[in-house]
Design a binder for this molecule. Structure first.
Ligand SMILES: Nc1nc2c(c(=O)[nH]1)N[C@H]1C(S)=C(S)[C@@H](COP(=O)(O)O)O[C@H]1N2
Ligand SMILES: [Mo]
Length: 312
């Protein structure tokens, strides 16, 4: 059961208005509400158990803030393929099979390749990185992620000079995932190549010392700590290097509300709510949101020539 916490924002507010209305109409017309609510996910086996990732080096990039309890990190999630309530992913994502799993890297690279997930796990030393995750819905957590810089993976495929952007595409299986037109599936996200190559951008395979629970994006996701959480695509199957800015699911759904950059910025409000403060999960009183989610020293220079109010 979802226990409503003070300050939570209903899906009606998160989802761009037009889409929310479409979805409501769709549910009314088709009676799909019942399917989505119960039958579709009922009685399916639960997923793999978390496995220890062994010895991890501690990263100098970690925040010293108190970590959000594992229980909250793994039960209060956004993974719309498995439903729009925060409790849905933990209840439903267990059916997703995360082995075998491959990640295809293609597009403007000299050595396109399909990597097996177990190859990726051995590719570079795994680090524990304690990062804040700031959702666009104005809540945040502090999570001990496990992974290595995405740049280590991208270097293996040798990006071409014309590559300027990176697109991430999440796994989509309509047999076990939502078929509601909440977002344009498969979930897509993107970064500029310099953002993707930045040492803070983490190719993430675990949290709290273990493999990722399915609801957190198993077996591999991105974590970009200075951007709103939706930029961090889960359960990735394709990474594509491109010359032009890629389509991204949230930007396609509501371009006035979810910009391509979506850098955490207390001065740029979401059109329907303020981004000046946030509620750390587990805390009651709100705290101020920091520019670039507190990572300004490391990343502000990436945007020195940009007007971040216009290119939000
Ligand atoms: N494929 C996919 N990735 C996704 C999402 C999603 O719905 N689908 N939600 C995003 C949002 S809005 C947030 S805040 C984070 C949440 O990550 P967490 O559940 O591990 O905290 O995942 C992001 N990645
Ligand atoms: Mo989010």
């Amino acid at each position: 059961m979802l226990i409503k916490r003070p300050g939570d924002i209903a899906p009606s507010e998160i989802t761009p208005r037009t889409l929310f209305d479409q979805r409501r109409d769709f549910l009314r017309q088709s009676g799909a509400g019942l399917i989505a609510g119960a039958a579709l996910w009922a009685g399916l086996p639960s997923g793999a158990r978390a496995a220890s990732l062994g010895a991890l080096s501690k990263s100098a990039f970690s925040t010293m803030e108190e970590m959000t309890p594992r229980k909250d990190v793994t039960s209060y999630n956004n993974f719309y393929e498995f439903g729009t309530d925060k409790a849905d992913p933990a209840e439903r994502a267990g059916v997703m099979k995360t082995r075998p799993w491959t990640v295809r890297i293609e597009g403007l690279v000299n050595k396109p390749r399909t990597f097996d997930i177990d190859e990726i796990l051995r590719m570079a030393p795994l680090e524990e990185r304690i990062y804040r995750l700031r959702c666009v819905e104005a809540w945040s957590m502090v999570i001990p992620w496990v992974g290595f810089p995405l740049s280590a993976l991208l270097k293996q495929v040798d990006p071409q000079g014309s590559a300027k952007y990176v697109q991430f595409i999440s796994h989509y299986d309509p047999k076990i995932m939502s078929r509601l037109p909440v977002l344009d599936w498969p979930y897509r996200e993107g970064l500029r190549l310099d953002e993707a190559m930045h040492p803070l951008t983490l190719l993430t395979v675990g949290l709290y010392g273990e493999t990722l629970p399915n609801q957190n994006g198993a077996p591999v996701r991105i974590v970009v700590p200075w951007k709103y959480g939706f930029k961090s695509a889960k359960s990735i199957v394709t990474i594509r290097l491109l010359e032009k800015q890629p389509e991204t699911s949230w930007n396609m759904a509501g371009p006035e509300e979810y910009g391509f950059y979506s850098n955490v910025n207390p001065e740029v409000d979401h059109p329907r709510w303020s981004q000046a403060r946030e509620r750390r999960i587990g805390e009651f009183r709100k705290r101020p949101t920091l520019p670039f989610n507190g990572y300004a020293d490391q990343v502000a220079s990436l945007y020195s020539s940009m007007d971040l109010k216009r290119q939000f």
